[in-house]
Design a protein around this ligand. Sequence first.
Ligand SMILES: [Zn+2]
Length: 276
Amino acid sequence: MKKHPYLFSIDLEDIRFRMPNGNSFSERVPETTISYLDWLRRNQYKCTFFTVGDVARAYPDLIRQIIAEGHEIGAHTNTHLPVCKMTEEEFESDINNNLQSLYKAGAENVVGFRAPYFSLTKDVPWAYDVLKRTGFTYSSSVFPASNPFYGWKGFGQEIKRLDSGMIEFPMSIKTYGPLKLAFSGGIYFRTLPKFVINSNFNTFKNKEIPLTGYFHPYDIDTKQEKFMHPEINDNPFFNWLINFNRKNVFSRLDAILEKGFYIDTYKNFLSDHERP
Ligand SMILES: [Zn+2]
């Protein structure tokens, strides 16, 4: 059976760093990241870890372990600010700080970027120029539809080479009327019914494009203390969702792999598919 690519990736961030009282909660990122590494090793796949600068500074040993196991390190900004909330100069300085921390922790040749909250939108087209001149070749930062946060309506689902020369891998989404679901990662992957997830993955088998996936350390964390997640405006329903069904992420992922999908780093995928 020919397998279809699933660009499963981790947004490596510690939500405690975005909370005023974050230090009062236990450190969970090393253990959850190692659970992802164990699962990837068992399945013999490599993936991309888009890493925030403050995480690389806090956990350099963890970054070294990710690299030693053959995974790709990408950038995810220095302190997890939305790209569209920065000026061009601020973004360039932020990215340089992010890169410096990744290189100091042992990363080499970082070429991939993911915007926090998929906040690369049509309002900040200069972001690709910044990425190009700071050494990146690709980004996976666009939610290609309108959504309550930072979508880019009309971008399309295809991988695109932009005027700057940068390549963008937009999120995989499924449209149900007004609903646009990024079903292949994070909170959508955990909360939608399993049959919806599986049937949407199957529809991508007929397409020429890979599925993209994004997960966080907290997506599998069942031991974290209960607290109001930052950045959800104290909404109890969203907080309930953000904690929902974390225990079944790996079994859902196993089911996807059994259906004929393989995982790879973005960098490998690009070098395998780049046309001369
Ligand atoms: Zn993030």
